[in-house]
Design a protein around this ligand. Structure first.
Ligand code: ADP
Ligand code: MG
Length: 503
């Protein structure tokens, strides 16, 4: 878990200033591990997939270690494609924006040699390029590596796949002996391992398990529910799900407290987790969850980032997440340490398009969540009551209690069952809900897919992986009369509708 801030990592002040200017709040996991290792001058071997923040993981520490006033090439980055080279060069330019007279030069095949040679002559502290063209410049003598401090192989497995491995090795062989080296790759095929063994001896190794992969151990469910019935639905889920610990995600800090209070009133050991709590309070809450003093946490996305509590068996998305990434992060709070997890998403009728977006993003299907029927629910409650009751059959006071009740029955000409019934009513009066007498009402069922649109020729039914369609004519009594998209949710980023969610 990375709780260190960028400021605590020991980066150069100018680099740190640039990072705050871009608006990064906290280092990503690979950054938290790679930055200190590279700052200390180690070679680094990083195994991580795209989108984990690798560029800053090497750019920030390496920029912190060079002499920005010297315009010779000091950092060389090899990337598999021209697009990636440009991207990395742009990132370097951003992270070095507070240095004066600083140049980042992208060099790749397909472009004229002349502007590249001009750029090299003018001087650039950072060169980013594809291996072939880089080697050309080295052979021509237009690129010299005498002042080189660091070399980075970005997406090494990709470079191997594209047949650049010999060029890469040839370049490696031309770098100074004491040059610091970093190699990043999503996978570690034998050829890459060999390069690492030869050129990155004693490298610090950093491995980041992709969040996306963890979704595979998590079964995902969706429950469509009207906004005003969400709390009822949640209460029933918590009643029937055999959870060890659960985390419930909501959108706002205020909602974490509100919902936690409501669940606490229903007898759950629950605590809110949000950004208003100070670091110590947050740690305490997580500790309480780990130790079983609390079983449920109601959290916002930010507060729960990186939360690693193996006993979390259930993630309940009470409010839909802001984007698919947030969803993946949320669900990744369960299924930890190789265990199974269950994620349940509540969607209101307007939010149903999320289903498809999320299935696409996680590349795995969502099943329809089946709440128990009122009959089943009543039966369950009766069984629970019975179990609890039987628990007192071995109580030390049982014999005395029986004697007392017998006396009362005899004196009043009642049978003992009547006395026991009266006792149960007393229990219900003092702890409402303990006696399962009433059949709970059914929550309205909603189809998980939007009803077929009339204006579409033939009213083609949407995507439905085995979901029941809603009963005919039920348009949904949700927020009445409000135009779609202007409903009760606070303004701001709205979940994508169908078709908008591609990323
Ligand atoms: P990778 O190389 O691992 O695929 P990138 O370095 O390209 O990932 O970063 C992916 C995205 O994440 C970029 O848009 C980058 O600006 C952003 N990013 C990187 N680090 C952070 C951070 N600490 N906080 C927020 N965003 C970040
Ligand atoms: Mg990258």
């Amino acid at each position: 878990m990375s709780e260190l801030s960028f400021a605590e990592l020991g980066l150069d002040p100018a680099v740190l200033e640039a990072v705050s200017a871009v608006g990064y709040e906290t280092p990503s996991p690979i950054q938290a591990q790679a930055i200190p290792a590279l700052l200390a001058g180690n070679h680094l071997l990083g195994v991580a997939q795209t989108g984990t923040g690798k560029t800053a993981a090497f750019a920030l520490p390496l920029l912190s270690r060079i002499d920005a006033t010297v315009t010779d090439p000091q950092i060389l980055v090899l990337a598999p494609t021209r697009e990636l080279a440009i991207q990395v060069a742009e990132a370097f330019t951003t992270y070095a924006s507070k240095f004066r007279n600083f140049h980042v030069l992208p060099i790749y095949g397909g472009q004229d040699f002349y502007p590249q040679i001009k750029g090299l002559r003018r001087g650039a502290q950072v060169i980013v390029g594809t291996p072939g063209r880089m080697l050309d410049h080295l052979r021509k003598g237009t690129l010299k590596l005498d002042s080189l401090k660091a070399l980075v192989l970005d997406e090494a497995d990709e470079m191997l796949r594209m047949g650049f491995i010999d060029d890469v090795e040839a370049i490696l062989a031309k770098t100074p002996e004491n040059c610091q080296r970093a190699l990043f790759s999503a996978t570690m095929p034998p050829q890459i391992k060999k390069v690492a063994q030869t050129y990155l001896r004693n490298a610090v190794e950093v491995r980041i398990e992709s969040e996306t992969r963890t979704v595979e151990r998590i079964s995902q469910f969706v429950l469509p529910v009207y906004a005003e019935r969400k709390l009822d639905a949640l209460t029933r889920i918590l009643e029937v799900e055999p959870f060890d610990a659960a985390i419930i995600f909501v959108r706002t800090k205020a909602e974490t407290t509100l919902l936690a209070e409501k669940l606490s009133a229903r007898g759950h050991a629950v605590a809110p987790l949000n950004g208003d709590l100070n670091q110590r309070q947050r740690e305490q809450t997580v500790e309480d969850l780990k130790r079983g003093k609390k079983d449920i946490i109601v959290a916002t996305d930010v507060a729960a980032r990186g939360l690693d509590v193996p006993r979390i068996t259930h993630v309940i998305n009470y409010d839909v997440p802001y984007d698919t990434e947030a969803y993946i992060h949320r669900t990744g709070r369960t299924g930890r340490a190789g265990r199974e997890g269950k994620a349940i998403l509540l969607v209101t009728p307007r939010e149903r398009s999320w289903l498809r977006t999320l299935e696409r993003a996680t590349n795995s299907p969502m099943q329809a969540y089946q709440l128990p029927s009122p009959v089943e629910l009543k039966k369950m409650r009766e069984q629970q009551f019975e179990t609890q009751l039987l628990g007192f059959a071995e109580d030390g006071k049982l014999a005395k209690a029986m004697a007392l009740l017998d006396e009362i029955a005899e004196r009043n000409d009642m049978d003992t069952a009547m006395v026991a019934g009266a006792l149960a009513c007393w229990l219900e009066a003092s702890q409402p809900g303990s006696l399962p007498l009433e059949q709970p009402e059914a929550l309205p069922e909603i189809s998980a897919t939007a009803p077929p649109r009339r204006d579409r020729p033939g009213g083609k039914p949407g995507y439905k992986p085995g979901f029941k369609k809603g009963p005919k004519g039920r348009g949904g009594p949700g927020p009445k009369g409000k135009p779609p998209g202007k409903g009760g949710k606070p303004a701001g980023k709205r979940p994508p509708r169908q078709g908008e969610g591609k990323r």
